[in-house]
Design a protein around this ligand. Structure first.
Ligand code: GLV
Ligand code: MN
Ligand code: MN
Length: 407
């Protein structure tokens, strides 16, 4: 039995209902009401497909199918179920649904593997509330459990407080001994145009870009917009926009597909007739090579520092730093072999987006496949992947999970 296109499509539609912004894309931030509804839905599906459900101290979910071998490490399949604000129905969700579909196929085909199969649905990959890749980083130990209380959202609420407010059990263990993991497999939408433009249904990923994210604060002095002469102002917006206007050129000068984005900007007090005293913005820098990230980072810091004066103070907090990651060559060849056996054409590619797969690659063998994104769009309501493409991806994962759970 192969992946069921209708079942997959139904799950995509049902999961996308859990959004704070109906009619304007999926907005599902970690520990929100929408998270809780999606969480319930995913756990029900896990149980329906014969999996034993567990959560951890960050709210990641695991559904386990025991293997014949006692205490053997698991092959984990899945992705994240949080979203960016006004994002699409597929980023992360498609990978969780593909993991569930793999479990459904194990059940329908009455397979009892040697090694356990686990379907995973992770929180906070996007970092839209707390920090990018937080769920997987908690599992692998790159964020320590003692630090969960120090990871705060933009309103100052910590991850542990937010979990308690949502009624989740923050006292559960989160870190997993890598010895309990045999491999991690993820299907994700490509979020770019290459597969669609070349009419190739599957991309087998060999490496993922490195990235850093900064939170920059510019502090000036508030004052009256009508009565304060122009030469007597410490205007935080003017300093911030002068800085921001210089940043894209740093990535362009660096070249080699280095990219830089200022994606979030908050002005205080944000009133038409008040000179702003505080601006907060994020900077996201990415490249396939660490040296390019580090060069741009150094130049960004220098530019920001040069705006310090008697009236303006700047500060830079590094919220995330993760090196470019190469994925397992062995799993790459198993995934490619599965595509060949299923008669699905595929190509090898690199990822410009960050993924939980890159965090797992520090502790275990990792495989990541991409399925096509319509018009290359993602992180927007128009994000779309055809159910036939999702099903093809699920079949490749199923074949690979079967092989990896055998021996
Ligand atoms: C996740 O989508 C990221 O690449 O930031
Ligand atoms: Mn994603
Ligand atoms: Mn994303």
């Amino acid at each position: 039995m192969k992946a069921n296109n209708e079942r997959i499509q139904k799950s995509v539609e049902e999961l996308s209902e859990f959004t704070k912004t109906p009619g304007n894309g999926v907005t599902r931030l970690s520990y929100s009401k929408e998270d809780l509804k999606a969480r319930k839905y995913i756990k029900e599906k896990m149980k329906e497909y014969g999996l034993a459900v567990k959560e951890d101290g960050l709210g990641n979910m695991f559904g386990k199918l025991e293997g014949k071998m006692k205490d053997a490490p698991s092959v984990i399949v899945g992705s994240h179920f949080d979203s960016v604000p006004n994002g699409g129905a597929y980023d992360g969700a498609a990978g969780v649904i593909a993991g569930l579909e793999v479990a459904a196929l194990f059940q329908q085909n009455k397979l009892t593997p040697n090694y356990p199969l686990e379907v995973i649905a992770m929180i906070e990959e996007e970092g839209s509330r707390f920090r990018g890749l937080m769920g997987s980083s908690g599992i692998t130990g790159s964020i320590k459990e003692s630090d969960f209380k120090d990871v705060r959202d933009f309103d100052g609420v910590s991850a542990t407080e937010a979990m308690s407010n949502a009624g989740l059990d923050k006292s559960l263990p989160t870190y997993r001994d890598p010895q309990t993991i045999k491999a991690f497999l993820e299907m994700h939408i490509e979020q770019g145009p290459i597969l669609e433009e070349n009419d190739i249904p599957i991309g087998v990923v060999q490496s993922i870009v490195g990235l850093t994210q900064l939170n920059v604060t510019i502090t000036g002095r508030a004052g009256h917009a009508g009565t304060t002469p122009m030469d007597k102002r410490s205007d935080a917006v003017m300093a911030a926009t002068n800085i921001i206007s210089k940043l894209p050129q740093l990535a362009i000068n660096e070249g080699n597909n280095t990219v830089l984005t200022v994606g979030r900007l908050q002005v205080s007090p944000n009133a038409a007739n008040v000179i702003p005293d505080d601006v907060n913005f994020t900077i996201d820098i990415r490249s396939g090579k660490e040296e390019h990230i580090l060069n741009v980072l150094k130049n960004v810091r220098e530019i920001i520092r040069s705006y310090n004066s008697s009236g303006i103070k700047t500060s830079v907090e590094q919220r995330l730093y993760i090196k470019p990651k190469a994925l397992s060559e062995d799993i790459h060849s198993i995934l490619s072999g599965a595509c060949a056996n299923l008669n699905i054409s595929h190509c090898t590619m690199n990822s410009g987006a960050g993924h939980d797969a890159m965090v797992f690659s520090d502790v275990t063998d990792v495989g990541l496949i991409f399925v096509p994104s319509k018009n290359g769009l993602s992180h927007c309501p128009e994000e779309f992947t055809h159910e036939d493409d999702l099903a093809r991806g699920a079949n490749v994962l199923y074949e690979t999970a079967k092989k990896l759970t055998e021996g």
